[in-house]
Design a protein around this ligand. Structure first.
Ligand code: XMP
Length: 525
């Protein structure tokens, strides 16, 4: 078991992720825990000290507890962690207000168990070199007694140091980011070879540990959870239910803007199959009522978000014995909301999801997925027995079809859009790309139909039609911040368009959206 002490770096979670990928269990705790906490860590095999934005010199920076270096286990310091280690063990750190960021080539010096044989290339003089991601202002200028130089660059002569006798290692660069090509190999080597962890920890183990944590946290209390049918809230629900059974009540608010048969699928999976307590609130009439005459995208988003909270609050009020509000917050949400708090991100769209419930509920927060990345959440979902089709589903925005029906939302439009969208998704799933052997649903990151409330003229049989237009949107992206439109095969587009026009009476024209993000966004509103 590895303990990661967090000094406030944006990428601390990535350390945890790499350690988990190496098959080793780890926990992240605040960097200023006391020595008693370090002493009371049964089964502890190693400690990793994260980076930080703070200077190891500043008074308000968190100090590494002295107990870390007396715990008798190997310690790896990263960036700030390295500087703290150097300062506390008798080395010197030079303060600087000038930070160096980005790619660097580091020369691995001497033979250490951490770096030996790990290199990206070898220079003509025979030096092993590493391509790394550096980010430092302060730097270590004198090695602490007992340490030897492990890595260096021109601008940072002490970029890595080690005292192998005591099992202390430190690097100025960040092995946890993928830009450091051998970073994963280094972290794996630290936790497995140096700390001696076996590397057989896996998702089923995570499930049992997470269940234990939830049980300890909530005891005999009742918990409520807003279930949306999306991946995160579904996985959170399945996990919490496994931990505390009927102490969990899910509230599923159907705003009438869901995809075809979605409400039914949610109820079948969670209530029928898993036997969970799910309150299905059909609030579609209420939502539709509030949206009458509203065409502005931001106004629609705000109404749907506010209404959602109100409906949820009413249901939560009925469960007066509940003490906890469970949410499917995952790690990228944690980073995103931290970014939103600093006000750095421009408000392009006001996002709404079930995570955005207010503090006024007076409930304690239970967020069992807080430290996981999306792909880990999916693996967890599969391990919990959720249907893979649900777990590997494309994302669906909180306001649902409300932002896929342009302008005013009407029940009639939603009905047409649901059917067109279902045809598109069905054909994407059915059509396999011969080169990759995968179907086009899995080859795209998000795909859906958009309803355009304009009419165009068509001809069907002998008659003239004057009907609505649907646009198809399919994108490929790794982070949803930028996206390319997917080059779907023409034959697939032809099939989808033919089926929609023939099967969905009221739509006589289908277009394909060939805009990338930026400058377009993925959703149309
Ligand atoms: P855009 O349209 O901004 O979308 O390029 C990026 C991703 O975010 C999703 N999205 C939302 N998700 N609540 C959500 O939970 C929302 O209000 C919301 N709006 C957009 C969108 O589907 C895409 O995956």
């Amino acid at each position: 078991r590895i303990l990661i002490l967090d000094y406030g770096s944006q990428v601390t979670q990535l350390i945890a992720r790499r350690v988990r990928e190496a098959g080793v269990y780890c926990e992240i705790h605040p960097g200023d825990v006391d020595d008693a906490f370090i002493d009371d860590q049964p089964g502890l095999q190693g400690i990793i000290l994260s980076g930080s934005h703070a200077s190891a010199y500043s008074d308000d920076s968190m100090k590494v507890p002295a107990g870390v270096f007396k715990a008798g286990v190997p310690v790896l310091g990263i960036c700030y962690g390295m500087q703290s280690m150097a300062m506390q063990l008798g080395g010197k750190v030079q303060w600087s207000d000038h930070r160096e960021f980005g790619y660097a080539e580091v020369r691995a010096r001497g033979h250490t168990r951490l770096l030996e044989g790990i290199e990206d290339f070898i220079t003509t003089e025979g030096h092993g070199m590493l391509k790394v991601w550096m980010s430092h202002g302060d730097k270590v200028t004198k090695l602490p007694p007992g340490f030897k130089l492990m890595a260096s660059t021109d601008s940072c002569p002490i970029a890595g140091m080690a005292d192998e006798e005591r099992g202390f290692y430190a690097v100025q660069f960040h092995p946890e980011v993928t830009h450091t090509i051998q970073g994963e190999a280094m972290l794996t080597r630290f936790v497995r070879n140096i700390c001696g962890c076996t590397g057989d920890w896996n998702m089923p183990d995570y499930v049992s540990e997470a269940i234990e944590r939830i049980r300890t946290q909530v005891g005999r209390d009742q918990v409520i959870l807003g279930l949306s049918g999306g991946v995160d809230s579904s996985v959170a629900a399945a996990l919490i239910h496994k931990a505390i059974g009927d102490q969990l009540t899910c509230v599923f608010v159907d705003h009438g803007l869901l995809r075809l048969n979605e409400a039914q699928q949610v109820m079948t999976t969670f209530a029928d199959h898993f036997g969970m307590k799910v309150i299905h609130v059909d609030a579609s009439a209420q939502f539709m009522g509030k949206l009458v005459g509203v065409a502005d995208p931001e106004a629609k988003r705000k109404i749907i978000g506010k209404e959602f909270v109100e409906v949820f609050q009413v249901e939560a009020g009925k469960l007066s014995h509940a003490r906890w509000l469970a949410q499917g917050t995952i790690y990228p949400d944690v980073i995103e909301s931290a970014g939103a708090k600093t006000g750095k991100a421009a408000a392009i769209k006001s996002h709404h999801n079930v995570g955005g419930l207010p503090d006024t509920l007076n409930l304690k927060l239970l967020e069992p997925l807080r430290e996981l990345f999306k792909d880990e959440v999916r693996k967890l979902g599969v391990a919990l027995g959720l249907p893979p089709a649900m777990v590997y589903r494309h994302p669906f925005p909180g306001p649902g079809l409300g932002v896929r029906i342009l302008g005013e939302v009407k029940h009639e439009y939603a009905e047409l859009l649901r059917r067109a969208d279902a045809i598109f998704i069905e054909e994407l799933r059915k059509t396999v790309d011969p080169v990759s052997g995968k179907n086009w649903y899995d080859l795209t990151s998000q795909a859906f139909a958009v309803f355009l409330p304009v009419k165009s003229v068509g001809v069907m049989g002998d008659g003239r039609t004057y009907d609505y237009v649907v646009a198809l949107r399919a994108v490929q992206t790794s982070d949803f911040m930028t996206a390319d439109w997917a080059e779907l095969p023409y034959s697939l587009l032809k099939k989808v368009s033919g089926r929609i026009i023939n099967e969905v009476r009221g739509i006589n024209r289908v277009t394909y959206d060939v805009s990338s993000k930026p400058p377009a966004t993925i959703e149309w509103e």
